[in-house]
Design a protein around this ligand. Sequence first.
Ligand code: KIV
Ligand code: ZN
Length: 511
Amino acid sequence: MSDQLIIFDTTLRDGEQSPGASMTREEKLRIARQLERMRVDVIEAGFAAASNGDFESVQAIAQAVRESTICSLARANENDIRRAGEAVTPAARGRIHTFIATSPIHMEKKLRMQPDQVVEQAVKAIRWARQFTDDVEFSAEDAGRSEIDFLCRIFEAVIAAGAKTINVPDTVGYNVPEQFAHTIRTLIERIPNADRVVWSVHCHNDLGLAVANSLAAVMAGARQVECTVNGLGERAGNASLEEVVMAVRTRRDIFGCDTRIDTTQIVPASKLVSGITGFPVQPNKAIVGANAFAHESGIHQDGVLKHRETYEIMRAEDVGWTANKLVLGKHSGRNAFRSRLQELGIVIGSEEQLNHAFTRFKALADKKHEIFDEDLQALVSDETSPHELEHFRLLASRFHSETGEIPQAALTLAIGGEEKSAASSGSGPVDAAFRAIEQLAESGTELLLYSVNAITTGTDAQGEVTVRLAKDGKVVNGQGADTDIIVASAKAYLNALNKLHTKFDKLNPQL
Ligand code: KIV
Ligand code: ZN
């Protein structure tokens, strides 16, 4: 059995299915580049047939990323598979991941198909997919509630048809570790051609067991785990990449395998995904939570100071927790700025965008003397969409807040290139700013979430604001960063409005 555990990241596909986590193409590209830097083996970049936007995102990632295999999900029908195949064609290595449900409840109530028809459709799907690539993965959706005899039958048939990876999803997070391990072991033992494929698992976290189930499956012979950064995903999420990777690395003695992951890229990936989706990471979250390596009790602190391993099984620096590095200051030049962005793996499309970002960097350095990597990440995230594509843009703002007075905001926006101003009061300056924006934009959206985080330490830190807006069933996240959190809030609101303005509808693959 191979001693390499393949890490298949589905942050951009299953993770994006979390309500409110939808991302733009530029945001997906930034995450994909970070996943590549982390040395993820397979990136599931999306579900190409869901919408034109999804197709373009998968294709753009397939063009940009060279080191990881790029995969698109596809239902087991000819159209989905063709779209997936076309989208991954530019990839150095492309994979099609096709699926059909196999549990009695899904086959009868959702697909309205007989088991024989499901097997036939699955086999056809593999043959269609093999016309585009040899790297075809098959998933039996809701395998966790499927009958073992039926799973053996369908898996044997799709392996014979040319599938190279067989994925066993616990779609509804119903399994427990011992049972799930038993399922994987039985499949590998009973299916005659089981040795021709990589066995994979995909666990959801409805009972908080996604990582435990994935690791139990690894002990039983699975050699691919499907997971997401920060455990993002449908409902309670998927198995968290960082926990799976660090469990296997830290307890290699138990698992007998390891991943290719550069673990120092884990925390940067976590921060990037959290910033883009607006899903905060709980402080006590394993590996990537702010307190994951903090020792509060005197006894623990004393022990760690005397000998680190008394209370620590991993080193914070090995997962990417480094002190904020001072990188640039107000005297830094354009070349230093450009090369630091390159070191951080940030690609700025055009020279014009770089010039604009540099001007904003200088303005920030005037207000805030120490510029950290996190500040640069926040600053350039605004630069990835050229201004001409921004329907709403903040031109000027004035806020007033005083004890005993009603807070006021006055804003000037560019809306579709036309300059418009409005003023409003509110229960606080942020509320007043949002009301002023709404007077002008008349978007009629519902505000679902508003959150502020300090990007770095210190009272001169930039505040990073996330705003989640909903309209007509579409949910988007907007981000904005500034040393003035009211300005950051207005930028985040406008960023969300811009996304609503350009968003496509999409299908949910699990419907
Ligand atoms: O949870 C699930 O079953 C899935 C499949 C489409 C792999 O996400
Ligand atoms: Zn899933």
